[in-house]
Design a protein around this ligand. Structure first.
Ligand code: OGA
Ligand code: NI
Length: 359
């Protein structure tokens, strides 16, 4: 329960107040504003690839996308489209229909990293980050391993939040299981695309720790001055993301920001720091991405993060590191890496770059 007088502001409440200007904490420095695009959106690099997992040459296409973009969208992924729709629907219902006082019953602590529940600040409060705030509220669910999954921590309102599944199974749990299967499959394809046994990345990551974050970006009166989510790369293994019909997600490539087109049946795959960048020894890159806002309508996304356990040490895969290709990254304890990320802030890719042996 949130204490009265808490300094955490809910972006949705600020947006609903109907002011024409955002509070100063949300104004990005000129270099980080959406329109200051280091050359504009049409950077000539094409679009974030869309890969049909039922098509030909999937391995090659995935390998190319991981090398060039660190991001791609997949279709024919095997996850029922109705489940994607149900997940978006329950997420939107919580933000749109649940009264603020009820939402606050799920408020997560701003002092601990990736705490489960309703939040508005990505980073933990610390002396080291006094950055600009993101124009976003979210609900984080802890879903895997099963010992972390406790649906009674998730919204009880609207009543269908946990019951709307097309086959009457509870939506978030079903979504979690399907995303887990897809993430394992993709790690297999990514391993094979490097000429490695399909289990290589999966074995390096170990048991998945999965979190599902529903992000709600309210309409913003000054989208040119703000960001829904600051530039970062995800720090875990693999992120799978679905968005609604409102665009906003952008990926950085060769100093240009490229929008990720909303495709209702597709799932966005974001290569993340630990596994791909570190384990593949920099052969593949984690995607630097951000979310921009707009003044017209709210946007919803659901990101499913697959991470190693906090006790796991991660280092470049021995199959990749050989004399002709020495390790470029230092071994890191995943729990340490994660807490540094949340305390210091992402600043693009600073955290993973700091592990480079010879920058
Ligand atoms: C994230 C993220 C982007 C989006 O949650 O890490 O990058 O479009 N989200 O919501
Ligand atoms: Ni992200």
């Amino acid at each position: 329960m949130e204490v009265e007088g808490s300094p955490v502001m809910r972006v949705q409440s600020i947006a609903q107040a109907g002011k024409s200007e955002v509070p100063p904490q949300y104004i990005q420095p000129p270099s980080d504003r959406p329109n200051n695009n280091a050359g504009g959106k049409s950077g000539g690099g094409g679009d974030v690839p869309v890969i049909d997992l039922g098509g030909d040459s999937v391995r090659e296409a995935v390998g190319r996308a991981c090398r060039d973009w660190g991001a791609f969208q997949v279709t024919n992924h095997g996850v029922p489209i109705r489940l994607l729709d149900d997940m978006r629907k329950v997420g939107m219902s919580f933000f749109n229909e649940c009264p603020m006082k009820d939402k606050l019953m799920y408020a997560c602590s701003p002092d601990s990293a990736a705490a489960e529940g309703y939040g508005s600040k990505m980073l933990v409060d610390s002396d080291e980050n006094h950055g600009v705030l993101d124009w976003r509220d979210y609900f984080d669910h802890h879903t895997l391993p099963l010992s972390r999954r406790n649906p009674s921590n998730w919204p009880h309102y609207p009543p269908n939040y946990r019951k709307l599944g097309f086959d009457r199974r509870e939506v978030v749990s079903q979504f979690s299981d399907e995303m887990n299967v897809l993430a394992q499959k993709l790690l297999g394809i990514i391993s094979e695309s490097l000429g490695l046994p399909s289990s290589c990345l999966k074995d390096a990551v170990g048991e998945f720790y999965q979190n599902i974050t529903v992000s709600y970006y309210p309409p913003c009166p000054q989208p040119d001055l703000t960001l829904g989510l600051q530039s970062h790369s995800d720090f875990g293994a693999l992120t799978l993301l679905i968005q609604d019909q409102v665009s906003g997600l952008e990926v950085l490539k060769d100093s240009h920001w490229y929008p990720v087109q909303p495709l209702p049946e597709a799932i966005v795959v974001l290569v993340s720091d630990q596994t791909e960048q570190i384990i593949t020894n920099g052969n593949y890159r984690s995607a630097v991405h951000r979310a921009v806002t707009n003044s017209k309508g709210a946007r919803l996304s659901v990101a499913t993060f697959h991470d190693p356990s906090k006790t796991r040490n991660i280092s470049p895969a021995s199959e990749i590191v050989c004399q002709s290709s020495p390790a470029r990254y230092r071994e890191v304890n995943y729990g340490d890496y994660m807490s540094r990320w949340y305390t210091k802030g992402p600043e693009g890719k600073r955290n993973v770059d700091s592990l480079l042996i010879d920058p």
